[in-house]
Design a protein around this ligand. Sequence first.
Ligand SMILES: Nc1ncnc2c1ncn2[C@@H]1O[C@H](COP(=O)(O)OP(=O)(O)O)[C@@H](O)[C@H]1O
Ligand SMILES: [Mg+2]
Length: 408
Amino acid sequence: MNPNRREYLLEILTTLYPPPHRLRLRSAASYPDHRPVASYRILPLPQRPQLLVPALPARATARILRYTVCPTSRLARLARAVAITGLTLPGATRLALPGRIDICGPPEADSFPRYLRHRLGRPVALAVHIGGPVRANRKPVVALLGDEGKPIGYAKLGVTPLTHQLINNERDALRILGTAQLRHVTVPQILHSGQWRGHNVLVQSALPVWRPRPLRSSAAIARAMVEVATVHGHHTGPLTGSGYAEALLTRLSALPADPDVTQLTHLTRRLLAHGHRTVLTYGAWHGDWTPWNTHPLPDGVLVWDWERFSLGVPLGLDAFHLFLAVRVSAGADLAQTVRECLARAPKLLAPFSVPPAAARLTCLLYLVDIGIRHLTDRALTGHSRHGEISAWLLPVLRYALNAEEEFV
Ligand SMILES: Nc1ncnc2c1ncn2[C@@H]1O[C@H](COP(=O)(O)OP(=O)(O)O)[C@@H](O)[C@H]1O
Ligand SMILES: [Mg+2]
């Protein structure tokens, strides 16, 4: 098994089952000499774990896979279908599910499932998402499995200052969204919010991500994004003096000094001066609208992961974020994609009724916003998703600003 993933897997399980629990990795062939309090299997392969599921027979595992893994590409959907079929074949438990981890300890010892049972009033089995590469916002996300392996909810635990903040932000976002009359977007409900052993805990209802997607979804996605943008009202005004311009500068000034921060601050001031008279409409954005945080259905879009939701931002930021996420996850060059995003800004913001000049300015503000996010994540955790912003964001921003200023 990849040592980093293995280490992370053990770290998550130790968080969920703290000492005196002990973890034992074993193959299914060996017989336990102890009574574990829980046993998990590692899917899809022990060498590359992505999901820990309760150690159940293969058919039950296939059901969990069907309901908790939500692939975004056709290839990944096919791989999941093959895995599910394989798990229903005779002998699958022994052949297809070799890796197993037992958790041993006294039955009365404190654990996260025990906490959940107490809070939710019923016992729940867990499936644990093991994230990919190290990310600033990495934290345990566990599916709470109901009957038939269908998730009834998802629980997140804050394990670092950043993930604490993000989980609190998601809780506040879900509270706002929970009172809105949404027609095109379905969001999770809060089932529980609390504290366990110093971790903040957010339990939300599970969205039915196993329902089939329609063939075409771009119009539904645009409607859903516009609905989110105006979910808490909207207002109009020039960039100068707007709460958004002030918020960008406040976030920048909170960052520890370094050359990237100095440059981004300089470029932000130039951008705010350049666009000072432009009138923008301000509303909300999801903050991380990507194919892997959303699932279109024929009657609307399921949207989760509201950790980065915020209010008082120019309309349309989610459209830029999705554009970049789709291209970059397909292997496109980041700097080149940022340039394309700028060139297409008027078209991308057409569903929000943003005029072309305001759309270009909004795109540049989006780049500043996301740049500040990268620097903030890096300052808090040492990680930033796409590496140094001096390599892909600052040069494009500088170039675009030069062009805009010349144009005026
Ligand atoms: N409410 C939910 N309904 C359905 N699936 C969810 C829900 N919350 C989380 N998930 C699943 O767990 C994964 C990780 O949760 P997410 O909120 O996206 O956190 P992260 O910040 O780690 O991306 C998601 O990609 C999705 O598969
Ligand atoms: Mg996510």
